[in-house]
Design a protein around this ligand. Structure first.
Ligand code: NIG
Ligand code: FE
Length: 403
């Protein structure tokens, strides 16, 4: 197993009780894909020869856990710039969706695209996120909306995980929008989507199941049926909940022990309490909040007071959040939603890991995966303080430095 020594860095471990889990002039020893030791450089244990050690001097740079983007819709074709113009002229996201645009527009473009075209576009997006320090990426389906098209999207996602120095988690989101061929037959569509899930799960394509529970999505009753199908297969669930209205989606998801509920602008007190009881992560998506010009913020103070873990993600998609920078989301989480810089970074690392059910990452500690990013910054708060910058210098994923 390759043993590597990373020296002279400011470590923001996010581990332990100290703010940021900071270790000044720290060092990390990795062995294979894991962290074997971490601490003050001056306390480095003697490394017994003849074990080969590759040594890297980080020259005082900042090291954080690799960023985790726990909510993206990365695989799709087409662009929605026309809808952006329409919204600037006063049309709402919901109006555009009801008129057949929105998600349905991307579904039409995605169905018409070849596997190769979908892969090439998604690879480029993944590489942009990786350049921003992302080491684990969640990718949802949801722009195919037939059994075979949903499979194509999930296979592209899996392939990215094999081809790139990146960990990919997949989420089945057939309950994203009602495809035109099921117009007026939403219940029949959910039946079909539940049946496809069985096959996709058998093919190893699904790590979790999501749904869009809202006025322009699916009802709580339909969401419940999708979740029951997931539970029958032992798959964890997540939910796009209370984005435009309070449907009681968070409480429903919490009753299934959901890993996360995402968006949550319209989450009420009962929903906050349900998330807290279930230990469900609240994933906030400042990109969609910003791009859709929302004015109602998710209830950050109530989530904090209730002890609900808060995560941050890009929600990358062509309609509501076409961003490819998770670092920018840290800034927006603070300026738009009221998080502290430390909460924002924990949101894009340890709490994002929890939203994905991944206990082996998101902090820097012995025994965890050696996923970390090296930044041209002095202090971790600068990650959220600046915006429009690209401070990531080096990335180590599973103990291997990316070329
Ligand atoms: O997370 N709210 C539903 N789904 C996406 C938007 C998808 C789209 O507009 O294409 C979201 O914001
Ligand atoms: Fe989303």
């Amino acid at each position: 197993m390759t043993r590597q020594l990373w020296r002279h860095a400011t470590l923001a471990t996010l581990d332990g009780a100290a703010p940021w889990g900071l270790v000044d002039d720290g060092a990390i020893i990795t062995e294979g894909s894991c962290i074997a030791w971490l601490g003050k450089d001056s306390a480095l244990p003697a490394v017994a020869p003849p074990q080969p050690v590759i040594e890297h001097d980080l020259g005082g740079a900042l090291v954080t856990p690799g960023l985790i983007d726990c909510h993206t819709h990365l695989v799709y074709a087409g662009s929605r710039w026309r809808e952006f113009e329409q919204r600037l002229q006063g049309a709402s996201y919901e109006e555009i969706a009801r008129a057949g645009g929105g998600i349905r527009a991307t579904v039409a473009a995605t169905r018409a695209a070849s596997d190769e075209a979908l892969l090439a576009a998604a690879r480029q997006r993944a590489c942009a996120l990786m350049a921003d320090g992302v080491t684990t990426l969640e990718i949802k389906s949801g722009y195919g909306l037939t059994g075979s098209d949903e499979a194509r999207l999930l296979r592209v996602a899996r392939r990215l995980g094999r081809e790139l120095a990146l960990e990919v988690c997949t989420t089945y989101l057939a309950a994203h929008a009602l495809p035109p061929e099921y117009e007026g037959r939403a219940d029949a569509y959910i039946d079909a989507a539940c049946a496809w899930l069985v096959d996709l799960h058998r093919e190893g394509l699904v790590d979790a199941v999501d749904a869009f529970c809202d006025r322009i999505g699916f009802t709580p009753a339909q969401t419940r049926r999708m979740f029951a199908a997931a539970a029958a297969l032992g798959l964890p669930v997540r939910l796009h909940a209370e984005q435009f209205s309070d449907q009681g989606g968070a409480a429903l998801a919490a009753s299934f022990g959901a890993l996360s509920c995402d968006h949550l602008e319209h989450l009420g007190a009962a929903g906050v309490a349900a998330l807290a009881r279930a230990g469900t992560v609240a994933v906030l998506l400042p990109g969609a909040f910003y791009f859709l010009g929302e004015t109602q913020r998710p209830p950050v103070a109530a989530l904090r007071a209730a002890g609900v873990p808060i995560a941050i993600a890009t929600d990358h998609n062509p309609g509501s959040s076409p961003t490819l920078s998770l670092v920018l989301m840290l800034n927006m989480a603070c300026t738009l939603l009221g998080l502290t810089p430390e909460e924002a970074l924990r949101g894009a690392t340890m709490n994002a890991a929890r939203a994905l059910g991944q206990g082996d990452r998101g902090r820097l500690a012995a025994g965890l995966r050696a996923d970390f990013a090296v930044w041209d910054l002095e202090h971790p708060a600068e990650l959220a303080c600046r915006f429009g910058h690209r401070p990531c210098r080096r990335v180590v994923c599973g103990g291997r430095e990316r070329p």
